[in-house]
Design a protein around this ligand. Sequence first.
Ligand code: SF4
Length: 342
Amino acid sequence: MSATDTARSTAPLLSVRELKKHFPIHGGILGRQQAVVQAVDGVSFEVAAGETLGIVGESGCGKSTTAKLLIGLTQMDEGDIVLDGRRLGPDMSLKALRRDIQMVFQDSYASLNPRMTIGDSVAFGARVQGLDDPQGRARRLMARVGLDPDRFAGRYPHELSGGQRQRVNIARALAMSPKVVVLDEAVSALDKSVEAQVLNLLADLREEFGLTYIFISHDLNVVRYISDRILVMYLGEVVEVAPVDDIWNAPAHPYTRSLFSAMPSMDPDNRTTKPPLSGDPPNPIDPPSGCRFHTRCPMASEVCKRKHPVLGRMGQGSPHWVACHLHDPASGHPKAAEGASV
Ligand code: SF4
């Protein structure tokens, strides 16, 4: 079993193994490589069919690069992507991957061709992939996402509101009949009332079409609402993954706790007294040794500076995984022997 097995007993639909993407930085007169940004560094996870995996973390933690690697927009340096038993490369072409995994981006306007009508945009991918009746498919999906095709099919993106454009992008993704949809901050730019409508639409579509979502957002409340499990990333690595209620009620990694404690509360009686996360994330060009979080962690000890923590279960058979020496009695961390509730 992998370190990020799903909570469900079914075989994973999507399996990501040791995904790596380092971006070289060139400079000087000769344009030589001077450094490497470790954007994604050994990320592994699995997603079951019909599941929604939420991915959270600060800006620059690698969640959006992970999304782009998943749909082949960015080429991985190392790792494996296995979808429905087929491995990218030997068993599955990039074109086939893009049909089975679709993505909805944050910027609804930049995602659409401004010179293409809405109807043509929704039908475009299906036409390129040689699917039956792309125009009819586009009209049916437009109606399903709440856009009357008679009114909207002939319009251009600039004639629509942000919420309507995001509905177009969702319809366009579904036109390929994908197995997995990656939603990268897909509702973040919308007004709160529109955001709620689009979230409900996504939840309905997941049931109706049997979709699997990877939902990336900086808004923890939104991630909690839509996700079955939450995966937390820090500086290009996975530091915690667990079913949504487990991680919400008892976050185990000090970074996850800091993220949650920094959430604003609308309830004056429920204001946190915990200190928010201090300092900026370290430079991903030269990440700290050992645990990458040790420069900001209130629980760091000597061992954290030397030893890299690996993702391990919180208990035998537990679906809650964490990469922190506090939860590993063999790590040598002085607090580890006191148990996981430190
Ligand atoms: Fe903090 Fe050490 Fe755990 Fe890293 S391994 S999160 S530094 S206690």
